[in-house]
Every structure is written in structure tokens, then in C-alpha cells.
Design a protein around this ligand. Structure first.
Ligand code: IVH
Length: 676
């Protein structure tokens, strides 16, 4: 039987090899040489054919297949692995004098031996090490603490510039190191999408790259369009590599790595300085971020001779660019009102070119910030852009301060509705209390309610909401569910809503009644209750009535819900008008309770706290597991806690508190026994 099936599958195996080879070649040409040899459709067709065959014949699937670029495998948790060669960092400096000292010291230590330097870019991303054996990628690990890092192999395989199988001649066993960067274009597109979907945008490409490598779903990581810049190679004793750094990078390029061409051999400090000056200016023209340049001794046999200091090699140093800073006049301040009434002052600046973009506006955060910076009318502000994409106001340009300049008078009334602003004790910002009469708050709440992650009523964009509001039909979210067909038809200056539009809108509203409770809770727009908080609250209390009846202390028991959020939730539900809206939403038929997949009731009525890391679960998994057995998960230990499930490296504070309150501490094994 086996023999027959082996014969049967041979043509399939051949076809799979052929597809894999061709896809590898096309990927290489596309990502390494910027050459597109077939149409996207043709490429996708081949990829799908290979994916289908791998699904049908999993025993024939190659772990390094180009389908791994598309991802799909889910990372349960990221295994911690020991680095074979510690991942050292470099000494770094912002000062040219220290670069001069480094150069002089190196020359002195090498005492007349001829040598040169290589200068290359310091990529602003996440350092990883890739192990290759017999030309195949076997492991990808993050830097971690330099000794131990996270195994991110599955996600690394989705990065097209990381070769899975090397080409030509290669050492049998070595490690390639480099930086995973998030190119600006891809980063900006991803962030824009996050914003439309109501997710918090990433502050900079580095954080985004790091977050992407830790995604559980490798298919998501594949979508992130990360890039790997190779900069270093090392091998165990007995494996020979070229004897210059320059030569090694060249060798790596031939093996199929993406090695940036911006590398230069320099003979003396003047050439090094020239390279620094060049890139300090030209860096914004690159498609990805760099935060400095790295200078290395080119001749690798000299590395041993120069040796290491406590943390870093003596044969290399990094020069870091200072954050770019400009001074530009503050023309005016706008005050924005958010959906929760929070006021954000924004500086309108004389447009200025900074780090590759024109800056016209920058946040002034809140009244405290303006006061702390001592900003006066007519000032010029200092704006900086470092690794951050968003420019920051870092101070006042005192050289341009006019004599007798007057401090900014913060507004005391809402710029939109005129209500007297409130500033609560301990809060840095002001807010407008007129939540039901302040236009941007009303529209903002409606926009939030219908947004994708909330009720997902996509036929209701900002313009339509504005239309419904100005027609006097909708003042709050409950009004949406009272809309009638005849009220809608003919709305808008050019009667934009017609039969079909009205029907679609009513159908979308109807469909939203099936949206799960946790999202309904998120949609209410309670201050500090984000998507995660809403989910936790919904699961903890199970239904709206229990949530509404909860005291602030009970609310604060919920994991990830701190005192501030608990107070906001308590106050929100204490408000008569809010309760009236909630009752109308209930009457309209929205989901006010949830069923979560419960596999058993073994933890019914119990509240568990988890701490540390676990063998069988990631943190999120064990929490979900507790809930699936009917238990509640709490973030902090109190007298109501039933068990503290202690993983490895449990927090000492948690242990102490549990002991003090007499809460039983159980191990992961005991937990397993209890629930299985
Ligand atoms: S060489 C043993 N080259 O900057 C020396 N590092 O502290 C290995 N980096 O952690 C590092 N671009 O993550 C080197 N062209 C480059 C680099 C680079 C970025 C990172 C690396 C390291 C840090 C320096």
C-alpha cells in the first residue's frame, strides 16, 4: 500500500518542487532586484496552487516552502532560547569627539598594522539572529537580553528579504545578524489603516516592527511588509568566513541576503566624518529609518586582537544622530474637543521642513504641558523628530522670545459650545461637561458607536451622522434605532438618501442588533473603556444588569480595569440620562448579555489571578481557559480571590499579597488537574 501511494504522489512532489522553485525565484527577483517577472495574479495563482497541494499532501510539504512567506501558522508562545553567540551591543555616542577618540585609540592599539574601517548605516529596527545549517534557515531569535531571546522563526519566515534557502556557495553553519525594519511607506499605510479601524497607531516604525515579530498569527506578520537588513555574520570555530567585514557582507549578498549598498571603506577619521555628514542629511531620503552609523574595523582577524570591553567590542562603535530639531513660529492654538469632552490644544505652526515632511501642527497635550514649557504668545517653538514619526514640541526658542511676551491664556470655555470647562483634581486636562449639548462630542459619540470595532454600521459615515443630527432626528445613539424609512428618504441637500439608501441603512441598524455584548459595551463610549476593557468587563459580569449593579470596588476587581476606569464606569451608569439610553437600547433589542464558550463549570463562582509564565499556555490562553471553565479572571489579589495560579517567575508582590490574605496558591499542574 505504502509503495503504491509513494508512486502515486511522485508527480505531485515534482509539481510542488517546481512551484516552490519558481516562487522562490520570483520572490528573489522582486525583493532583491526590484524586478517583477510575472503579474501579481499569476504569482498568486502559483502560490495558491502550492498551498492547496500542501494542504492535500501535508507529508510532502517543505518547512521552507515559499508558502511560509504568507504565514498561517500560529505562534502559541515564543519559546525562549539561548543565543549560541551572545548578542553584544555596541558602544554608542552622539559626539564626534568620541568618534575621533575611538579612531585614535584603535590606531594606537593596532600599533602600525595596516587596516581600514567600514562605515555603514545603523538601521533603526529590531535586532535578530538567523541560524543557517547546510544553507537552510533553522532558527530566528530576537536579541532579548543578549544571552536569551525569543524564538520568532515562524514570523521571520514571512519576511521576504530573509532567505529560507541560501544560494550558491555558503558556510555550512553560521549565524547572520541584522535588523528587521519597517519601511516608512508600509508603516504609514498600516498605521492609517489602524486608525480607520479604531486601533491605536504605533508611535514609530521600530515599535511596529517589534510588535509585528511578536504577532501570534504569522499570516498577520506576513501582511506587515517588514524588511531584513543584514549587517553581521559569525560562525563557530572551524568554519571559515572572508577575513574582512566588507567581504563578508559581499558574500552574504551572493547567498541571497539583502545587504544595503550604503557601506563604505574609510581609511581615516576625515573619511569617517564625511560619511557621517552625508547620512545625517540624506537619511530621510531612505525608504526606512536609521538612527546613526556604525563604524567597524574592516579586517576581522584584528577583532580578536582588539577584544571586548564588558559589554561591547572594541573594534566597532555607533555614532547616533541627534534628533532633528527646528524652530518655527507658533501662529495660533486650536482647541479640539474629543468625544469624551477632553480638550486637546494643538499648535498651528508656520510650516517647516523636518525630517522628510512638512510640519504644520503639533500637539500641546494639555494645559499643564503649555505651562511647563512656559509658552507665550508670539513664541517660536522647538520641534523635534527623532525615531518618532510624530513631531514633538520640546521647548520654546528663547532666542526668539519677544520682550514682554505674555503667557498663553488657556481657554476656560468650550470652543464649540461655550460651556465652562472643568478640570478635575489630579487630572492634567480640561474637559467640556456639556456632553449632550456640545456638537463634536455628540457627533464623536455617534461616530464611535457606529465604528467598525463597535456596532459596525458602515452605512453611517460622519457625513450621514451629521445629516441625521442636523435634521433633528438623532441626538444620541438610542435615537438611531427609532429611525423610520419615511424620515430618511429625501434627507440631505440634494436628497442624498433615497429608497435604497434608506433600506440599506435600516438593514444595517437591524443587523447591528446581533453585535455581541462586549462590543455594545465598547460602543457606549465610556471613558477609558477600550476594546479590551469592554471585553474583560463583559466576560466578568456576563450581562448589562450585573455590570450596572456593580460597585466601584467590584469593577476594579476586573483584570486590566484600574480604579480610574472603575470610577468612570460607575459614574457613567449612575447618570440618569445614560441609563435611559441604555434602557432604550435594550428595548431596541441589542445584545445585553453574552454566552462565552464554556467547556465546563468547574471554576464556576471562583475568581482566579494568574502570575508568571506557564508551560502549557501563554498568559492570554490561560485566562481564556479559566473563563471557558466558568471562572473569572482578576488582575489583582483580594480577599475574594479563590486561587492564585503561579507560573514560573511569579511576581513576588503577588505571592506576598496572596500569603497575607490567605489566598491559596496553586501550580500550573494543580490547575490542570482541577480543570481536566
Ligand atoms: S553591528 C557585535 N551593524 O545597533 C556588533 N549593528 O548597539 C554587532 N545595529 O544591537 C552589531 N545597524 O541591533 C551593527 N549596521 C549595523 C547595525 C547595528 C543597527 C543595531 C544592532 C545593535 C545596535 C548597536
Amino acid at each position: 500500500m505504502d509503495l503504491f501511494s509513494a508512486i502515486d504522489t511522485e508527480p505531485v512532489r515534482q509539481r510542488m518542487n517546481e512551484l516552490a522553485k519558481e516562487l522562490d525565484r520570483l520572490n528573489y527577483e522582486y525583493y532583491m532586484n526590484d524586478r517583477s517577472l510575472v503579474s501579481d495574479e499569476e504569482f498568486d495563482r502559483m502560490m495558491r496552487e502550492l498551498q492547496d497541494l500542501e494542504r492535500q499532501y501535508p507529508e510532502l510539504a517543505n518547512p521552507l516552502s515559499p508558502t511560509k512567506r504568507v504565514g498561517g501558522e500560529v505562534n502559541k508562545s515564543f519559546r525562549q532560547v539561548q543565543h549560541r553567540f551572545p548578542m553584544l551591543s555596541l558602544g554608542n555616542t552622539y559626539s564626534i569627539e568620541e568618534i575621533e577618540e575611538f579612531e585614535a585609540r584603535t590606531r594606537k592599539l593596532l600599533d602600525g598594522i595596516p587596516f581600514s574601517y567600514t562605515c555603514e548605516l545603523k538601521y533603526d529596527g529590531v535586532a535578530i539572529g538567523l541560524t543557517y545549517r547546510h544553507g537552510r534557515l533553522v532558527q530566528a531569535v530576537t536579541r532579548g537580553n543578549g544571552q536569551v531571546g525569543d524564538d520568532i522563526t515562524t514570523n521571520a519566515k514571512t519576511i521576504p528579504t530573509i532567505p529560507l534557502q541560501l544560494r550558491g556557495d555558503y558556510p555550512d553553519d553560521f549565524e547572520a545578524r541584522g535588523e528587521v525594519v519597517y519601511p516608512f511607506d508600509a508603516f504609514n499605510a498600516m498605521n492609517a489603516q489602524r486608525e480607520t479601524e479604531g486601533d491605536e497607531p504605533f508611535a514609530n516604525p521600530r515599535n511596529a516592527a517589534s510588535g509585528s515579530l511578536k504577532l501570534q498569527d504569522s499570516a498577520e506578520c506576513a501582511k506587515r511588509k517588514l524588511m531584513f537588513c543584514m549587517y553581521f555574520m559569525m560562525a563557530p570555530d572551524g568554519v571559515t568566513l572572508p577575513d574582512t567585514h566588507f567581504g563578508r557582507l559581499d558574500y552574504a549578498r551572493q547567498m541571497g541576503f539583502k545587504v544595503q549598498p550604503y557601506i563604505q571603506e574609510c581609511r581615516d577619521i576625515d573619511e569617517i566624518k564625511e560619511f557621517i555628514d552625508l547620512w545625517d542629511k540624506a537619511r530621510w531620503e531612505l525608504p526606512f529609518g536609521i538612527d546613526g552609523i556604525v563604524i567597524k574595523v574592516n579586517q576581522t582577524p584584528l577583532w580578536d586582537r582588539l577584544g571586548l570591553t564588558a559589554k561591547s567590542p572594541r573594534w566597532a562603535i555607533a555614532y547616533k544622530f541627534k534628533a532633528e530639531r527646528v524652530s518655527t513660529p507658533l501662529e495660533s492654538i486650536s482647541y479640539q474637543v474629543g468625544r469624551t469632552g477632553v480638550i486637546t490644544p494643538v499648535a498651528n505652526l508656520q510650516p517647516v521642513w523636518l525630517g522628510g515632511t512638512t510640519v504644520k501642527r503639533a500637539t500641546l497635550v494639555n494645559a499643564d504641558f503649555i505651562q511647563k514649557m512656559g509658552i507665550c504668545k508670539g513664541d517660536s517653538l522647538l520641534i523635534e523628530k527623532g525615531g518618532e514619526i510624530i513631531p514633538k514640541v520640546v521647548g520654546v526658542d528663547m532666542e526668539k522670545r519677544a520682550e514682554g511676551a505674555m503667557p498663553i491664556q488657556y481657554i476656560d470655555r468650550c470652543p464649540e459650545c461655550g460651556a465652562v470647562l472643568v478640570r478635575e483634581e489630579g487630572e492634567a486636562g480640561h474637559y467640556c461637561p456639556n456632553s449632550d449639548g456640545c456638537h463634536p462630542q455628540i457627533i464623536g459619540r455617534l461616530e464611535h458607536f457606529v465604528s467598525r470595532k463597535a456596532m459596525n454600521i458602515d452605512t453611517l459615515g460622519p457625513e450621514r451622522l451629521e445629516l441625521l443630527y442636523s435634521a433633528g432626528l438623532v441626538r444620541n445613539v438610542a435615537d438611531l434605532y427609532d429611525l423610520k424609512r419615511e424620515q430618511l428618504i429625501g434627507l440631505g441637500t440634494d436628497a442624498t438618501i433615497q429608497d435604497k439608501g434608506a433600506d440599506n441603512l435600516l438593514a444595517a441598524l437591524e443587523a447591528s442588533k446581533a453585535v455581541p455584548f462586549e462590543r455594545v459595551l465598547f460602543a457606549l463610549g465610556i471613558r477609558y473603556v477600550g476594546e479590551v476593557g469592554a471585553k474583560k468587563l463583559a466576560r466578568y459580569f456576563g450581562n448589562m444588569d450585573a455590570l450596572m449593579a456593580a460597585s466601584e470596588e467590584e469593577l476594579a476587581q476586573v483584570e486590566d480595569v484600574g480604579e480610574v476606569t472603575a470610577k468612570a464606569v460607575g459614574e457613567w451608569f449612575a447618570n440618569e440620562e445614560h441609563r435611559a439610553v441604555v434602557e432604550r437600547l435594550r428595548a431596541a433589542g441589542l445584545q445585553f448579555s453574552g454566552q462565552w464558550s464554556v467547556t465546563s463549570g468547574k471554576l464556576e463562582g471562583m475568581t482566579l489571578v494568574v502570575s508568571g509564565t506557564f508551560e502549557h499556555f501563554s498568559r492570554e490562553e490561560i485566562k481564556a481557559d479559566i473563563e471557558s471553565h466558568g471562572g473569572k479572571v482578576s488582575g489583582s489579589i483580594s480577599s475574594k480571590t479563590t486561587y492564585l495560579v503561579a507560573g514560573e517567575k511569579m511576581g513576588p508582590e503577588k505571592q506576598k499579597k496572596a500569603e497575607k490574605l490567605g489566598v491559596r496558591i496553586i501550580s500550573e499542574a494543580e490547575y490542570m488537574e482541577m480543570t481536566r
